[in-house]
Write a protein that binds this ligand. Structure first.
Ligand code: DAH
Length: 335
């Protein structure tokens, strides 16, 4: 009997020692400690022994059981660490995963480009609120309440006297109230109109420009805007100044460029005219100067407003303004 238990121990330890992987070890554990295993069978047969041998045989068998359990446990963990299952360090031999890098939105890129051109021409950047009073958005710009000129812009009213600005032009009276001439600023930002189709989104971007000093003439306006357009598109781009109307400028002009798609032959983009309208401009109306307390005998100036999306669409040949705001990464990645 005693020999028997010594044999079991010897065999078990030897085969555990030789087990090469956790599967073999598992089999051995079942063989010795399982419900139908060698040691369990031995314990079950104790009742068949002569009565005086039973206690010591039982004791020895239980000691061996405990010992084998420990030996198995150690052997398992030794094998697992060899298998690498519990390996938690960093494998420095693997190729790295590159971090995702964002990029500037095409509208931001074009706005920066336009600002850079004007900064080089000596303009400063002035910021102005997106939620604006009726006064700065309209009245200071010579657009009285209930005047038909308000129909040009479909306005989001926050309350009777507060609006989401419909253009960046309110930056003009705001800057002039704060500064004496000479003034030379551009003011980029979001504007809002209740409008939505292939060429309009309810929120879009504009850049306003304003230059006021003694002796500023329409010739300065033409010079600055021609330089801007030649730098933004290219020197070959022809442009024309077409008479127009804005309540805050007199005279007013819209600027057209030769269609960048068909080079003037006439296509769908330019509605077969060969020209594309890109901005509004004019000489600052004396009523605007009076509203901000500028001496109209002493000072003259010009102003302009450019739609940034439109400039981006023409530069990159994009035919639907809504693409800028759908956040389709496949579209945005191209810029
Ligand atoms: N604010 C005008 C608009 O949004 C654009 C504009 C036209 C701005 C003429 C000007 C200007 O400064 O002189 O339609």
């Amino acid at each position: 009997m005693q020999n028997n238990i010594i044999d079991i121990e010897k065999q078990a330890l030897e085969s555990i020692e030789q087990a090469g992987n956790s599967e073999q070890l598992e089999q051995l554990s079942i063989k010795y400690l399982g419900r139908k295993g060698v040691l369990t069978g031995f314990l079950r047969n104790i009742s068949a022994l002569p009565e005086d041998q039973r206690p010591s045989a039982g004791k020895r068998a239980n000691i061996l059981k405990g010992k084998l359990e420990k030996v198995f446990k150690n052997a398992f963990s030794k094998l697992e660490s060899v298998d690498g299952k519990d390996f938690t360090g960093i494998d420095v031999t693997l190729p790295g995963r590159p971090a995702q890098r964002g990029s500037l939105h095409p509208i931001t890129q074009v706005a920066n480009e336009i600002c850079d051109i004007f900064l080089r021409l000596g303009f400063d950047i002035a910021e102005s609120p997106e939620v604006e009073t009726d006064y700065y958005n309209f009245e200071a710009l010579n657009i009285p309440k209930y005047h038909p000129a308000r129909d040009m812009q479909d306005t989001f009213y926050v309350s009777e006297n507060i609006v989401l600005r419909t253009h960046t032009s309110p930056s003009q009276p705001r800057v002039m109230e704060e500064t004496k001439p000479p003034v030379r600023i551009i003011s980029p930002g979001k504007v809002f109109r209740c409008d939505s189709d292939v060429t309009h989104t309810p929120m879009f971007y504009q850049i306003e420009g304003l230059m006021v000093d003694k002796n500023i003439s329409f010739g300065d306006l033409k010079g600055i805007l021609t330089t801007f357009i030649h730098q933004f598109f290219d020197k070959q781009t022809s442009l024309r100044f077409r008479p127009s109307f804005f309540p805050f400028t007199e005279p007013s002009a819209e600027v057209d460029i030769r269609c960048v798609m068909c080079k003037g032959k006439g296509c769908r983009i330019c509605s077969k005219t060969g020209w594309l309208e890109i901005l509004g401009s004019g000489m600052v109306h004396p009523a605007v100067f009076e509203n901000v307390g500028y001496d109209i005998e002493k000072y003259t100036g010009f102003a302009f407003g450019v739609g940034i999306e439109r400039m981006a669409m023409l530069k990159y040949g994009i035919d639907d303004i809504r693409k800028f705001y759908e956040n389709d990464i496949r579209f945005l990645r191209q810029f």
